[in-house]
Write a protein that binds this ligand. Structure first.
Ligand SMILES: Nc1ncnc2c1ncn2[C@@H]1O[C@H](COP(=O)(O)OP(=O)(O)OP(=O)(O)O)[C@@H](O)[C@H]1O
Length: 513
């Protein structure tokens, strides 16, 4: 199926999110849309999927104009979309999820589950997916949940599949699997529109690349371009993809973890007797595959989970035992890994989100009244400093693009007087220009002399930012190493291999080469 977007325009109040956008997706190709945060990529896809009505322009399928009044029309025309945040019901099985909204029913409205199972098996076989139709969604790792979303779209005969930042929450291995699946789908005739900020992935799979900047198509890029060339095409200026920093100047301030242990309600140990220290003036990055205790470790720092044993102290006084607000007011800057769930209140304005833990105190409140003008001025200052692309700071934060929401949360946390900064997945969903900026801000905090802890599943980011790297596996720290440790060694440690063994295994491999 040939898909053409011709002159698509979409406005939100004074903002032109899509300005006469032209894109042609040829049959059986992977077409990447590249663009900085807020460029208008998701808006364009929402128009294509019938979620938004365009204010101008046409959608053509095989040279015929079509009009989508809702996603149902788009699906019927052969367009499938896998959203950034999956839309699955946790307590359903794979087969039930695929059938949802499209139930093959017997008379009397009873779900023909066997038919749904068969359909899942057929599609899984055809595309080489490893998926059990009877598995519960909540038991599946994220990568597998995503495959369910893809199968769901394919089961409705999608000829064009939209994938919006599909690798943002995947492990490196799941990412490679998805890239292979994408190539396979393409080879069997499905077209894919891929939105991603990961230039390596674009280079690996894209046949065509359209670059969008501030709502307009600025041109096409070649998949053979270097990552640097793609990065500057995206943001319209040269971008430094490496992190520049001076050697750390350590001081006496520190955060100390002593035998920190966190267990789930079920008794399962999630953080297993972890002890380490981070000095003022250094960045310690915690590397590891997601789900190895990093989340619970950071939650124990914030105070949203209580450790079952051990303690954390900051500059000699205990942090554990204090309330969350007390910790935040005591100089803890905290950026959670899931921005929509834990980092903001979607229906509050951008200005309100900038003062979430300070709304009832000086200078933002006097007695029981909030100082509206001060709050607005504060918001304008942060917006400018962190280049958060907003129409008005009085709009709900939910109207910001994903990347700009992340920048807003970083702005809130980094604008406080900090004693300790903890950032999880700092650049998830950010464009290359914003990544460069956020990395430089993290390094500036470290150079101000506070301890900085960064949790990231992106190895490039870990290696670039870290003065030391702690690798976590099954709730334990496998080892703490220098950032110049070979990646093969880090990879083995992330799979639980102790440092010494990882070093010898990696060097044996090197010799064998
Ligand atoms: N429902 C809405 N109401 C008002 N403004 C919106 C709405 N949806 C999007 N916008 C604005 O439209 C612009 C384009 O946003 P969009 O989400 O399409 O960007 P994007 O290219 O997908 O960015 P990102 O890479 O950060 O996800 C942004 O300025 C955003 O704030």
């Amino acid at each position: 199926m040939k898909l053409e977007l011709r002159g698509i325009t979409k406005v939100f109040g004074p903002l032109v999110a899509n300005d006469h956008i032209d894109v042609v997706v040829e049959p059986g190709t992977i077409h990447a849309l590249l663009g900085e945060n807020g460029a208008g990529k998701s808006t364009l896809m929402n128009v294509l999927y019938g979620l938004y009505q365009p204010d101008g322009g046409d959608i053509l399928i095989d040279d015929k104009k079509v009009k989508f009044n809702g996603p149902g029309d788009a699906v019927a025309a052969g367009i499938g979309m896998v959203h950034q945040h999956f839309m699955l019901v946790p307590v359903f099985t794979v087969a039930e999820s695929v059938a949802l909204g499209y139930e093959p029913t017997a008379t009397g409205g009873v779900l023909k589950l066997e038919e749904a199972r068969k359909r899942v098996r057929e599609l899984a076989d055809r595309f080489g997916f490893d998926i059990d139709p009877d598995a519960l969604i909540e038991d599946l790792p994220v990568g597998a949940q995503q495959r369910v979303e893809i199968i769901k779209a394919l089961s409705r005969d999608a000829s064009v599949l939209i994938l919006d930042e599909p690798t943002a929450v995947l492990t490196p291995q799941e990412t490679d699997e998805l890239l292979a699946i994408m190539k396979q789908l393409r080879d069997q005739g499905t077209s894919i529109i891929l939105i991603t900020h990961k230039l390596r992935e674009v280079k690996a799979v894209a046949d065509e690349i359209t670059v969008i900047r501030r709502g307009k198509v600025v041109g096409k890029a070649e998949p053979t371009s270097t990552e640097k060339e793609l990065a500057s095409a995206m943001v319209g200026r040269p971008v430094d993809l490496s992190v520049t920093k001076n050697p750390p100047k350590l001081n006496d301030s520190s955060v100390v973890f002593d035998n920190l242990t966190v267990a789930a309600d079920t008794g399962q140990v999630l953080v297993d007797g972890v002890s380490f220290e981070v000095k003022g003036g250094e960045v310690l990055c915690i590397a590891g595959v997601q789900g190895n205790g990093q989340t619970e470790l950071t939650e124990a720092i914030l105070g949203s989970v209580e450790p079952t044993a051990g303690s954390i102290s900051l500059n000699g006084s205990p942090l554990t035992g204090k309330g969350i607000k007390e910790r935040l007011h005591g100089g803890l800057g905290f950026v959670p890994e899931d921005r929509s769930l834990d980092g903001m209140i979607a229906s509050f304005t951008i200005a309100e989100n900038f003062i979430l833990d300070q709304y009832d105190e000086e200078p933002f409140a006097k007695g029981i009244s909030m100082r509206v003008k001060t709050i607005a001025e504060h918001a304008e200052k942060l917006r400018e400093e962190f280049d958060v692309r907003v129409t008005s700071v009085h709009d709900p934060i939910s109207t910001l693009s994903g990347g700009n929401q992340q920048k807003a949360i970083l702005a809130r946390e980094m604008s406080k007087k900090l004693e300790l900064l903890v950032v999880s997945q700092p650049t998830r969903g950010l464009d290359v220009g914003s990544i460069e900026f956020v990395h430089s801000r993290i390094i500036a905090e470290r150079d101000s002399g506070i301890p900085v802890i960064v949790v990231s599943t992106e190895l490039d980011e870990v290696v670039g930012l870290a003065d030391r790297i702690a690798v976590m596996y099954h709730g334990r720290i496998v080892g703490i190493v220098d950032p110049d440790t070979p990646r093969s060694v880090l990879g083995l440690m992330m799979a639980g291999v102790p440092l010494e063994e990882a070093l010898s295994k990696a060097s044996q491999k090197e010799v064998a080469k």
